[in-house]
Design a protein around this ligand. Structure first.
Ligand code: UDP
Length: 364
């Protein structure tokens, strides 16, 4: 049984790895296709090393570009790969351009499509990721949901029960598998940080970082928080130059994007995390670290209702107030069901079943 696993951007690698491992452990032939959406050392290569992912079997070389350019280039390059390899299924993860582009190709080729992280909804149609999430779910035969709220969303949208599988969160598989190694790797010492002595920030959502009008008030709020606690900010390439212009205090330290192990260690040691990242909302919940989300909505409300996340919105005064409240009284750690390190195995079980893999995959 041949299964293509697709990855292409930073938040994909930690999601695809446990799925590949679990499928291969059950005897499937996994072909790793890398779309090339992210391609540089800091956003790509370091994750293959840190996570022990083998080099991709196929590299599509899509490169950067507008949403349409990237989508089109990935589709053009992926279609002949699907035709040549005739896979029994294609697995896509998350909500990036590669996810929806490869999903479209697979669906139109008549190949079974599985979406890992199905059912998340921010209900904010201005987010490119929300468009990707809704479209790829509609294209998919297997909807592999990380949490009960995602299952509820899919039910409300009319998906059939037999398409929807609550499997847990693959990102947490990778987090738990690497946590000890990350702590041992010594990122805090190298940066001169002590556990609990700093806050960690990431910003990269287009709505927050693409215009100075949006980013400046956020940086202003961070500067206020930094008066109380120094902040470290591994800057996403999308935001790096704007942040260098706007950050005017040495209490906010800009560093290049961190590798996976270093970033996990930075999260684990932080007294507070302020972020607009989706994955970081989840990882902080799993680590029990307080998270303040700098967005008006989240597709991961479970991290608020059953985790350590607080949705602060974008008003600077409110962000500062919430951050101060969290520093004074951190939320108690809690973890959603099935965020237990075994989601990849449950996905392999859904796709391949316990026994012979050959007959398991079927149109749903
Ligand atoms: N991450 C990382 N280095 C960084 C920032 C994030 O390794 O400097 C990791 C983080 O631990 C998580 C993933 O990247 O596993 C989240 O990706 P990102 O924030 O880019 O995307 P999103 O989750 O918002 O789609």
């Amino acid at each position: 049984l041949r299964i293509i696993c697709v990855a292409g951007a930073r938040p994909n690698y930690m999601k695809i790895k446990p799925v590949m491992d679990a499928l291969e452990a059950r005897g499937a032939e996994v072909v790793l296709v890398h779309t090339g959406q992210h391609y540089d050392e800091a956003m790509n290569d370091v994750f293959f090393r840190d996570l022990g992912i083998r080099p991709p079997d196929r590299y599509l070389g899509a490169g950067s570009g507008s949403q349409a350019e990237q989508t089109a280039r990935i589709m053009l390059a992926f279609e002949p790969v699907v035709a040549e390899l005739a896979p029994d299924a294609v697995v896509v993860v998350g909500d990036v351009t590669s996810t929806v582009a490869c999903g479209l190709v697979a669906a139109k080729a008549g190949t079974l499509l599985a979406h890992v992280e199905a059912g998340l909804r921010s209900r904010d149609w201005s987010m490119p990721e929300e468009v990707n999430r809704v479209v790829v779910d509609r294209l998919s035969d297997y909807l592999l949901a990380p949490s009960q709220d995602a299952v509820d969303n899919l039910r409300a949208e009319g998906y059939r029960e037999d398409q929807v599988h609550l499997v847990g969160n693959v990102m947490i598989d990778t987090l738990f598998a690497n946590r000890e190694r990350a702590l041992a790797a010594g990122a805090l010492e190298q940066l001169g940080l002590t556990p609990g002595g700093y806050g960690l920030v990431t910003l990269h959502r287009p709505a927050n970082v693409d215009s100075p009008e949006a980013l400046a008030p956020l940086v202003g709020a961070l500067a206020k928080v930094a008066e109380e606690l120094p902040l470290i900010l591994p800057a996403h390439p999308r935001a790096a130059s704007a942040l260098r212009e706007l950050v005017a205090t040495d209490r906010i330290r800009l560093i290049p994007p961190a590798g996976y192990l270093d970033f996990v260690a930075l999260q684990a040691g932080a007294r507070i995390v302020l972020t607009d990242s989706g994955g970081v909302q989840e990882e902080t919940t799993a680590l029990g670290v307080p998270c303040v989300t700098l967005r008006d909505n989240t597709e991961r409300p479970i991290t608020v209702s059953e985790g350590t996340n607080i949705l602060a919105g974008l008003d600077p005064a409110r962000i500062v107030e919430i951050a101060q409240r969290v520093l004074a009284a951190p939320p108690a750690p809690r973890r959603p069901a099935l965020w237990d390190g075994h989601a990849g195995e449950r996905i392999a079980e859904v796709l391949l079943g316990g026994g012979s893999a050959a007959t398991r995959l079927r149109p749903t």
